[in-house]
Write a protein that binds this ligand. Sequence first.
Ligand code: HEC
Ligand code: HEC
Ligand code: HEC
Ligand code: HEC
Ligand code: HEC
Ligand code: HEC
Ligand code: HEC
Length: 339
Amino acid sequence: MIRRLACLLMLAAAGSVAAEAPIPGTEACATCHPAETGLHARTRMARAMTPALESAFGQNLPNQPLREAGDGYSFVYRRTLSGIEVAAERGGDRATGTIEWVLGAGVQGQTPLVNTGSGRVAESRVSYFPQLHQYGITIGQTAGASANATAALGWMQAGRDLQACIGCHSSAITRDLQPVIPGVQCQRCHLGAEEHLHDVAHRPSNPGKLPAPEQVRFCGNCHRVKPPVDDAQLENVRFQPLRLMKSRCFRSGRLACTTCHPAHQDAVRNQPAFYNEKCLSCHSSPAAHRDTRQAGDCIGCHMPYVQLHPALRFTDHYIRVVKPGDLPAGVIRQRGTGG
Ligand code: HEC
Ligand code: HEC
Ligand code: HEC
Ligand code: HEC
Ligand code: HEC
Ligand code: HEC
Ligand code: HEC
C-alpha cells in the first residue's frame, strides 16, 4: 500500500484519493512535456535522494576504515548488491546497519540513512562532502567519540522526523517509509498530476500561477518559512523563503521564487547580468544608484554568499543594504569564484 507524500504540502487535500494505484514517475510526463522533463532531470532537486550504490558517498568509500576523533569508533563499509553495509566498532563493542538511500544531490553534502534493524533508521554520523573530497561528521552532529557503537551509527530518527526527512527529499513513500519516487519530481509541485494523466483536460496545479507570496510559501514547505530555533541563528540563511520574506522587495507582493529561478532549473550561477536584469525590472526609476554601482553586480552587494561550513555555502535571500556587523565578517564570501 502506497501513501502519497503530498500530505506534507498545503495544497494536498486534492491529491489524497487513488492511494492504491501504482504511482507513475516522470516518464509518464515525458511524451507530452519533453522539454520540462529533460530540463528537470538535470536538477539537484530531481536527485535530492539517490540509491546508496549510485551516490557519491557510495562511490568514493576509502579502503581504510574511517575513524572518529578522540580515539572513537571506526567505521567499516562494504558494498553489497543492494546497498552498503556499515559496522561501527571499538574494541569488542560493535553495531551494524545497512544503507539503501543517501540524501542530498551531492553538491554540498551527502548523508545516508542507516537502517539499524527492526525498522529503526538513523541519520548517519558520517557524511560525504564532495567539494572537499572528504568524509566527515554530519553537520548538526557533534564531533568526537560516540558514547557507544549504536550511537556511532547515527542519530536515531523518530517516525515523524524520518517521514519529514524523506518527505522533503522524495515524492512518494510507502507506509513503512520506503521511497517509491525518490527526489523532488513533477507531482510534488504539480498536485493533481495523476488525474491529469487520465484526462489531460484536468489541469494539475501550477505554482507559477500562484500569487507571489503564496508561491514563496509553497516552496517554503521544504525550503522553510519558519526558523527551526529562533530568528537569531546564522544557520537560517539556508532557508531562502524565510530570509526573502524579510526583504522590502518581497513586501511589494510581487517578488516570487520564479522571478529569479526559472522552473525546472538549478540556480543560475556566475551570470550577474541575469540577476541585474531582475533587480532593474523594479529598481530602474529612479535609478538605484547614480554612480558606478549602477553597472555593478547587484547580488554581489545585496545578496552575499554566506559560508556556514567548509562545504556549505548559501545565498542570503534577505535582500537589503548589508551593514558591517550585520553578518559575521568571516562568513561573507565574494562571488565569481565558481559554483
Ligand atoms: C497525453 C499528453 C499529456 C501527458 C501524458 C501529460 N500532460 Fe500535462 N498537459 C497536457 C496538455 C495538452 C496541457 C495543456 C497545455 C496548454 O494548454 O498549453 C498540459 C498542461 C500541463 C501543465 C500546465 C498546467 C497549467 O494550468 O498551467 C502542467 C503543470 C502539466 N501539464 C504537468 C504534467 C505532468 C506533471 C505530467 C506527468 C505526470 C503531465 N503533465 C502529463 C498534456 C499532457
Ligand atoms: C518537496 C520539497 C521541495 C519543494 C516543494 C521545493 N524544493 Fe527546491 N529543493 C528541495 C531539496 C531537497 C533541494 C536540495 C537538493 C540537493 O542538493 O540535494 C532543493 C534545491 C533547490 C534549489 C537549488 C538548486 C541549486 O542550484 O543548488 C533551488 C533553486 C530550488 N530548490 C528552488 C525551488 C523552488 C523555486 C521551489 C518552488 C517552486 C522549490 N524549490 C520547491 C526540496 C524542495
Ligand atoms: C523541511 C524539509 C526538509 C527536511 C525535513 C529535511 N531536508 Fe534535507 N534539505 C532540504 C532542502 C530544501 C535542502 C537544500 C537547501 C538546503 O540545504 O537548505 C536540503 C539539503 C540537504 C542536504 C544537502 C547538503 C546540505 O546540508 O545542504 C542533505 C545531505 C540533506 N538535506 C539531508 C537531510 C536529512 C538526512 C534529513 C532528515 C534527517 C533532511 N535532510 C531533512 C529540505 C529538507
Ligand atoms: C520544484 C517544483 C517543480 C517541479 C519538481 C516540477 N515543476 Fe513544472 N513547474 C514549476 C513551476 C514553478 C512552473 C511555472 C513556471 C513559470 O510560470 O514560470 C512549472 C510549469 C510547468 C509546466 C507549464 C509550462 C508552461 O509553459 O506553462 C509544465 C508543462 C510543467 N511544469 C511540467 C513539469 C514536469 C513534466 C515535471 C517533471 C519532469 C515538472 N514540471 C516538475 C515547478 C515544478
Ligand atoms: C518585484 C519588484 C522587486 C524586485 C524584482 C527587486 N526589488 Fe528591491 N525592492 C522592491 C521594493 C518595492 C522595495 C521597497 C523600497 C521601495 O519602495 O523602493 C525594495 C527595496 C530594496 C532595497 C532597500 C532595502 C532596504 O531595506 O532599505 C534594496 C537594497 C533592494 N530592494 C535591492 C534589490 C536587488 C539587489 C534586487 C535584485 C536581486 C531587487 N531589489 C529586486 C521591489 C523589488
Ligand atoms: C531576487 C532574486 C531571487 C529570488 C526572488 C529568489 N532567489 Fe534563490 N537565489 C538567487 C541567487 C542570486 C542565488 C545564488 C546563485 C549563485 O550561486 O550565484 C540563489 C540561490 C538559491 C538556492 C541555492 C542555495 C543558495 O542559497 O545559494 C536555493 C535553494 C534558492 N535560491 C531557493 C530559492 C527559493 C525557494 C526562493 C523563493 C522563496 C528563491 N530562491 C528566491 C536569487 C533569488
Ligand atoms: C558595490 C556594492 C553595490 C552594488 C554593486 C550595488 N549596490 Fe545597491 N546599495 C549599495 C549600498 C552601500 C547602498 C546603501 C545606500 C548608498 O550607499 O547609496 C545601496 C542601496 C541600494 C538601494 C536602496 C536605495 C534607497 O534609496 O534606499 C537599492 C534599491 C539598490 N541599492 C539596488 C541596487 C541594484 C538594483 C543594483 C544593481 C544594478 C545595486 N544596488 C548594486 C551597494 C551596492
